[in-house]
Design a protein around this ligand. Structure first.
Ligand code: 25A
Ligand code: L14
Length: 342
């Protein structure tokens, strides 16, 4: 493409959509124009962009004519319906929903891990689940060195992952409880303030939640290695921004904590914060608003031959969603593959 791309942001009024606009602006993404789309009820809403405002348009079936790139974060149902329409109109989609991730014809990409999978896109590219993205960014450099056999992960996930309405629900419950009022859960099945909920997304027949199975299946696809075993417990905690994860990793070969620290400190998109003597480790409140994946508490699992424990934290709305999507678009531009193949 010779001219700069014309970009649509679909679901622009949501927590992730707003961050996509902010990320395009901060990274000086070379767009000839950016247009914000959402559902009919948000049409006319003004969103800040590049010192001015964008007026939100209603997303319709013919919205994509004349666009080169669309960043979607409007939920699975919207993506299922509209992403193929966009691709048909010649507009490449980077989709943040779970709709296309496990489709064999759709690449699932984290630029630090598997950028080459972008070469076979057919017009839709899936952005992985937020918890999966930060985990694979931390695992990839270790896997390349010592081959991962198995990962046991437990997550501590912020409410912003669910969107604006969940952020508002945690705020409201905190103030209701301080004022001696009853809380009435709406977004989550139970009170989230001062509580932990071992359920993210819906339960499946095997007893796991859908969020847990996303971590299991998406990790194999992104790492391009079906032999990596992952088992997950995903937990919602009363944090606004930033997902934290405890990873227990078993390797084929030996990897010392010092080697892991060195590999991670050289890895793109990773910052190691691991100074126990100074009580320094990654925390959600520090990762919020940052681009990197933060890794600390690196230590041996003393119960197995080749095992490490790690603590991994990232901003779920940035690296977990908006930033990763914009980084994918940047690679498409750089490699001159921002076009729907015939
Ligand atoms: O199915 P999935 O893939 O599992 O995804 C389900 C949902 O998860 C959220 C996202 O909600 C998604 O809809 N999500 C969070 N992280 C995600 C991630 N990494 C993620 N999903 C996937 N991957 P969300 O709140 O972030 O964004 C929702 C956006 O979707 C728009 N939308 C819904 N249906 C649509 C549609 N757009 C086009 N066509 C459709 N049919 C939705 O727009 C929103 O932009 P909306 O207009 O229906 O609702 C926005 C309303 O919210 C208010 N509001 C939003 N932000 C603020 C706000 N008000 C004040 N301050 C704010 N900061 C607006 O007033 C508006 O009414
Ligand atoms: O699949 O509620 O990307 O935190 C990520 C956020 C599903 C919901 C996904 C949440 C979504 C999830």
């Amino acid at each position: 493409m010779s001219k700069n791309p014309r970009v649509a942001v679909v679901g622009a009024t949501g927590a992730v959509g707003r961050e996509m606009l902010k990320t395009l602006e901060e990274r000086n993404f070379p767009a000839s124009e950016v247009v914000a789309f959402a559902s009919a009820k948000s049409a006319g809403v003004k969103l800040p962009f590049m010192g001015g405002e964008l007026t939100v348009r209603e997303l319709k079936e013919d919205s994509f004519i004349g666009f080169d790139l669309a960043l979607f974060s409007a939920g699975g149902a919207t993506s299922e319906k509209f992403a193929p329409l966009a691709a048909k109109a010649g507009c490449v989609v980077v989709d943040n929903s779970s709709a296309w991730r496990m489709d064999p014809g759709t690449p699932l990409v984290v630029p630090e891990v598997n950028p080459d999978d972008l070469s076979w896109h057919k017009g839709i590219i899936a952005n992985p689940n937020c918890s999966t993205i930060q985990m694979v960014v931390a695992l990839k450099p270790l896997h390349d060195e010592a081959t991962i056999k198995r990962v046991v992960v437990s997550t501590y996930q912020a409410v912003s992952g669910t969107g604006q309405k969940a952020i508002a629900e945690l705020e409201a419950q905190v103030s209701q409880l301080f004022n001696g009022l009853e809380v009435e859960p709406k977004v989550y099945p139970h009170q989230i303030a001062f509580n932990c909920l071992p359920q993210i997304d819906v339960f499946l027949e095997n007893g796991y939640t859908k969020e847990e199975m996303k971590m299991v299946l998406e990790t194999k696809k992104i790492m391009g290695d079906d032999s990596i075993q992952v088992t997950a417990t995903t937990v919602r905690v009363p944090v606004f921004y930033g997902h934290s994860e405890s990873l227990n990793v078993e390797f084929e070969q030996d990897l010392s904590p010092d080697e892991a620290r060195m590999l991670l400190s050289r890895a793109p998109g990773v910052t190691v914060v691991d100074f126990p003597e100074k009580k320094a480790y990654p925390m959600a409140i520090d990762a919020a608003g940052q681009d990197d994946v933060f890794v600390g508490r690196i230590r041996r699992d003393e119960t197995i031959a080749h095992g490490l424990n790690l603590w991994v934290v990232a901003d779920n709305i940035r690296k977990g969603a908006a930033l990763n999507a914009v980084q994918i678009a940047e690679v498409l531009l750089k490699r001159n593959i921002l076009r729907v193949p015939k």
